[in-house]
Design a binder for this molecule. Structure first.
Ligand SMILES: [Zn+2]
Length: 505
């Protein structure tokens, strides 16, 4: 009798407990997955009158399922067939592939008081960047080995709002150790980066042309690129211009310390090994990428010639070289200090022209923040201040604000900021709104202007050090989707940081 009673109780209670557990489990799962995105559905549509696709700008909709684009249809094809589906409509706003920033310093781990993964990737998301490739230096330690890459990956875990990949450092310590480099590349760095002049970071020493040649021969086997900071310091000019030699608060004093000849000398040197990357050359399969070109003169001519002869070579420049000119930089305003330096207005015009005819291939932020105390905003000493422009959240607006004066198109911006960077970083499912690709998308209003002041929501750790602060910019980012997750919409981020760390296979 007792046993029967027990059985009855169990048979009633068990299903209730099971149902309760299931309900609890389902809801907690739902909460964690929806924390990644500000839209609930896994299957939905994004519509707009201006969608930038590889086949031109269309008015229509993008169908997204499970983080990928599964169809793209024009207006007349999709109205009526999607009743009941969720549609995120952006009206007249431009819908483009998310930006891929191949050059950013997030300084994590070790210097996350300079930036860090959470604030850096929040700023990126608010600026329409869906993927960024983090530089191996300015974190502590620098990323120069399998062990230091592991530290990066751990630091990024559950702390990134967009996808993040990593470049590894090519430094004298590993350049002649092919096994170390191969292991490093096998561990997942998307390529290597080296400096031809002092980097300003103690554990990231400069390389010479022999190191670079060695690096290329290893990279060839993996078909990955070497990114090079191309300036050669002919002599330590910063030290030779002392306080008596020029007013250290004048930008022109700093500009004299890094003349175009420094870029020219480095590129001349580099082109003696870039020929190894040609078809049939000893390093066929490797690729050389010159980061942040500033000199639109002889340096650019040299690069054009090398490309024409078949070297596997690309070059990037940054919005700050296209937005500012040396003549305009205010007295003591060290927010504008970077290396290579911002040159004159004529050079800026030439850079834009080079970009438009594809002599310069792509854009990157070179977001390189530091502590405000190192930027010496109060002291105004251009020779002593930290060199680096803080810009991550504003690169799309800055590119458009300056670029529309030069007649640039949305397709060109897409090619400079998404298509070509995706190729450089080996990300074949990114960089274009195309069926089968990840749904990495930005929606923005080119016509909307905003004043970048203290009231503007900025997500970088130290907004005051940005050279764009105080400017009026055109192009407001409305929403950013990463792998189908709506990670940012008009001042709001998704609660959870669900970006993916990208490791090369
Ligand atoms: Zn940099």
């Amino acid at each position: 009798m007792e046993l029967q009673k027990k059985n009855v109780i169990i048979s009633i209670l068990l299903p209730i407990i099971a149902a309760f557990l299931l309900f609890f489990l389902k809801n907690s799962l739902k909460a964690s997955s929806s924390g990644c995105s500000l839209v609930d559905n896994n299957h939905y549509w994004i519509s707009s009158k201006r969608i930038v696709t590889p086949n031109g700008i269309i008015s229509g909709a993008i169908e997204i399922n499970d983080g990928k684009v599964i169809s793209i249809v024009k207006d007349e094809q999709w109205r009526g067939i999607t009743k009941g589906d969720q549609i995120v409509d952006f009206g007249e706003a431009v819908v483009m592939p998310g930006l891929i920033d191949v050059h950013a310093h997030l300084d994590d781990p070790g210097r996350d008081d300079w930036e860090g993964f959470p604030s850096g990737t929040k700023a990126a998301a608010a600026g329409g960047i869906t993927t960024l490739i983090d530089m191996p230096l300015n974190s502590e330690p620098s990323t120069v080995s399998v062990q230091t890459l592991d530290l990066k990956i751990k630091a990024a875990k559950n702390r990134i709002y967009v996808d993040v990949g990593f470049w590894g450092g090519l430094v004298p310590e590993n350049a002649f150790n092919a096994t170390a480099l191969e292991n490093f590349l096998r561990a997942g760095v998307l390529g290597l980066k080296s400096f031809m002049c002092p980097s300003g970071i103690n554990d990231f020493p400069m390389t010479n042309i022999s190191h670079i040649k060695e690096g290329l021969s290893v990279l060839a086997k993996f078909k990955r690129p070497l990114l090079v900071h191309a300036e050669v310091q002919e002599k330590l000019v910063e030290d030779s211009v002392d306080n008596n030699d020029g007013d250290v608060k004048l930008y022109s004093t700093y500009l004299k310390t890094r003349p175009p000849s420094m870029e020219q000398a480095a590129i001349t040197d580099l082109l003696t090994v870039s020929e190894d990357t040609r078809v049939g050359g000893p390093s066929e399969g490797a690729h050389l990428h010159v980061v942040h070109l500033s000199d639109a003169g002889i340096s650019l001519d040299l690069l054009k010639k090398a490309k024409a002869r078949g070297d596997s070579l690309t070059v990037e420049t940054c919005p700050h070289y296209l937005s500012f000119s040396a003549e305009e930089i205010p007295y003591g305003d060290t927010r504008f200090k970077c290396a290579p330096p911002i040159r004159d207005g004529e050079n800026k015009d030439k850079l834009w022209e080079a970009l438009k005819v594809n002599d310069v291939d792509m854009l990157s932020s070179d977001h390189s923040p530091s502590l405000p105390s190192l930027k010496l905003l109060e002291q105004g000493n251009f020779l002593k201040a930290w060199g680096g422009i803080s810009s991550l959240q504003y690169v799309l607006s800055a590119t458009w604000t300056s670029g529309r004066e030069y007649g640039v198109t949305f397709e060109q911006i897409t090619s400079w900021w998404s298509e070509r960077p995706a190729k450089l970083a080996g990300q074949h499912l990114k960089g274009a709104i195309a069926v089968g690709n990840y749904a990495d998308i930005v929606a923005w209003e080119p016509e909307t202007e905003f004043h970048l002041d203290d009231n503007h929501p900025s997500y970088a750790k130290h907004p005051s050090i940005s050279a764009y602060m105080g400017r009026k910019l055109s192009g407001k980012v409305l929403a950013t989707f990463v792998r189908g997750n709506l990670v940012y919409r008009e001042g709001k981020h998704a609660p959870a940081a669900c970006g993916t760390t990208i490791l090369a296979q």
